[in-house]
Design a binder for this molecule. Structure first.
Ligand code: SF4
Length: 468
């Protein structure tokens, strides 16, 4: 009888083309997803006269550089940005790669588009030239980000040389408390294991609290795996996954669906499978989280205070906290609940899906925004759905800007940034120095916590505002 295997091991084995003696493996890539930053990879391929090997396995959409206040991309004033956005459709037409361009309701953030279209499926290997490709692991795929030259390699060969990562299981058991979301779970995990805690590993998230998450919540958790240093994050497919995938445009249909389902049911890690590392958290202990520093590991419950550098275990950590607090303009010992903010951003591939917008709207309903706030849906389809549910009205009645799909202020390479010195409550995934604009202070929170901050103008425990 064969040894019990982890889900990661099973997917890896099924995709090995060849193992090289130096420890590298050529891995077959099932799906390649591309965004407007992939411009240079397409151009390099053309320069060397190569064709895209399997165009039907590649899908793209412009997201990083698209404006979210208009759909008129011809009016983008920056020549480079306009070129990157408008070239995507041309590259698609030249190579046969499917592109959901601006104006197509399926356009959106690449990590929102993939699952939404049924391009992301259990058991697949998936890559994209973006570190948050780990998002797709929420459906039981092995998905990870690659560099720009690797994007060219995958376009040309549909395969990729890789060293096999180690495996890690993070178990969150128990019931999550009232008002606690997938974002709070992953911030609590990263706070516990550190931003380098999972370097060199593929994480499998397990446990009853993970299983109870919706697909949106699971996508949020897997999205931020990279912020804990992991190569990828995965969750075993189950009925939540199958119900999410069923009927989506590129998902298998009819007899192919039955065959796929049969195969997907064999994916979860076998009983007795061992992981290189294990970590566990109690779901009931997790509170709404807020980051206070300049790394996603600098996260604390809303009920906590800004840490005292003197509490750090060593001098390097102490100096790190001092630097982070100096940048963030925060004083040790200040209660987090009540810190004033200047702006709110609800969006990004972490938290721009329909459930995220519903959670934010629940808090905003009947209240007014106290600071400038944006809601940027993850795709045109989510925008449509939110409008059909009246969520746009709730936001606009509160004075919150309702925008078009794109990455927007998550990274601001399209020019949508905060102002120097502004403190932003953001549902994105990175709070690095300058991530949302020069001198901008980013605090990562869930959509509900961002909405609470929008209507109060301060970090506020959302549990006080949520209807029971
Ligand atoms: S939303 Fe942010 S993290 Fe996600 S793909 Fe866009 S820029 Fe990257």
């Amino acid at each position: 009888m064969s040894q019990p295997a982890t889900m990661f091991e099973k997917i890896w084995r099924r995709h090995v083309v060849v193992d090289r003696q130096d420890g590298y493996t050529l891995l077959y890539v099932d799906r390649h997803i591309l965004h407007d930053g992939s411009f240079f990879a397409f151009e390099r391929l053309k320069q060397v006269g190569q064709k895209v090997r399997r165009p039907e396995r590649s899908f793209g959409t412009p997201d990083h550089y698209v404006p979210t206040d208009t759909r008129n991309v011809a009016a983008i004033s920056d020549d480079r940005q306009r070129l990157l956005v408008t070239s995507m459709a041309r590259h698609g037409a030249e190579t046969g790669v499917t592109v959901f361009d601006v104006g197509d309701r399926r356009q959106g953030i690449v990590h929102v588009m993939g699952p939404e279209q049924g391009i992301t499926l259990p058991g697949l290997t998936m890559v994209c030239g973006d570190s948050h490709t780990s998002t797709h692991g929420a459906l039981g795929a092995l998905a990870f980000g690659i560099g720009s030259s690797e994007v060219t390699h995958v376009l040309a060969t549909q395969s990729l040389w890789q060293r096999k990562p180690k495996s890690m299981r993070i178990t969150v058991d128990g019931q999550l408390g009232f008002g606690i979301t997938g974002k709070d779970v992953i911030l609590a995990i990263i706070a516990k294991m550190g931003a380098a805690g999972a370097v060199g590993h593929v994480i499998e998230y397990a446990g009853s609290a993970i299983r109870a998450l919706s697909m949106e919540g699971r996508l949020t958790v897997c999205n931020m795996s990279i912020e804990g240093g992991a190569k990828a994050g995965m969750i075993a497919p189950d009925d939540t996954t199958y119900e999410y995938v069923r009927g989506r445009q590129f998902a298998p249909k009819g007899a192919a669906w039955d065959a796929a389902l049969n195969q997907w049911r064999s994916l979860p890690s076998d009983d007795g499978a061992t992981f290189d590392r294990e970590l566990s958290l109690a779901g009931a202990d997790i509170a709404p989280m807020v980051t206070w520093g300049t790394s996603p590991e600098d996260a604390a419950p809303i009920t906590a205070r800004i840490p005292e550098p003197s509490s750090a275990p060593d001098i390097a950590k102490r100096e790190g906290i001092e630097r982070a607090l100096a940048y963030q303009g925060l004083t040790p010992g200040t209660p987090i609940d009540g810190i004033k903010i200047d702006r709110v951003f609800i969006g990004s591939c972490t938290n721009s899906r329909i459930e995220d917008l519903r959670e934010a709207a629940k808090v905003v309903k009947g209240r007014k925004a106290a600071v400038p706030s944006w809601v940027v849906p993850g795709s045109g389809i989510i925008k449509e759905q939110a409008e059909a549910e009246g969520l746009d009205r709730i936001f606009e009645d509160a004075g919150i800007e309702w925008r078009h799909a794109g990455c927007s202020m998550c990274i601001g390479v399209n020019g949508e940034t905060g102002k120097p010195g502004e403190r932003i409550a953001s549902t994105s995934n990175r709070n690095f120095v300058g991530r949302q604009g020069r001198g901008v202070r980013t605090h990562l929170v869930s959509p509900a916590m961002a909405a609470a901050a929008a209507v109060t103008g301060t970090f506020t425990d959302v549990r006080k505002l949520l209807p029971n």
